[in-house]
Design a binder for this molecule. Sequence first.
Ligand SMILES: CSC[C@@H](O)[C@@H](O)C(=O)COP(=O)(O)O
Ligand SMILES: [Zn+2]
Length: 220
Amino acid sequence: MSLDLQPEQQQPEHSYLNREHLTQQIIDAGRFLYGKGWSPATSSNYSARLADDKALLTVSGRHKGELGFNDVLATDLDGNSLEEGKKPSAETLLHTQLYKWRKEIGAVLHTHSVGATVLTRLTEGDSLQFEDYELQKAFSGVVTHQSVVTVPIFDNDQDIERLASKVRPWLEAHPDCVGYLIRGHGLYTWGAQMSDALRQIEAFEFLFECELRVRALQKN
Ligand SMILES: CSC[C@@H](O)[C@@H](O)C(=O)COP(=O)(O)O
Ligand SMILES: [Zn+2]
């Protein structure tokens, strides 16, 4: 099943996978994304929706290629930890605001690839536009290369509440948004299930690489 981002369309209620299954998906995602070089050092954070009003998030500061069953915790959708002794990701609010925004979102991934970092540093404007790439169809709701996928770029901020407050109005105004970038920092994308979010990460990375190569060749 893929995420249908048409706002007017009623979504069926989620039937949630159990915590063990979701934890395994997060662990597997970390191994894959670290292996690809998109989650270096202890960067990145991942989550899955645990219930209508709860998320399962990575614990802050963990190596994402070596996650274990104890490296996740439950939070409410205001970003409060529901488990004593475990500190949720520093960027928890960026995940939970997505679960509040669209009830059909079941997984959120944040990565720190070289491509996302370099491209956002090279781009002076506040968004990237992808057009005429066949791979745009890997994004939920996109059915043709003859479309424009706009990806906003927000300036980085160590104050995550302030950053979240800048992202929120964009999301409200763009219900078909498939991901966003933070300058010099990384990518956030999501999906109905973990597999959808992973597919979108791969599509974004392919497009970032294409864009960087095209720009480099155009310079010469
Ligand atoms: C290793 S620096 C990266 C962090 O500052 C942050 O951006 C990040 O992605 C991971 O933070 P975390 O608190 O582990 O979820
Ligand atoms: Zn980060």
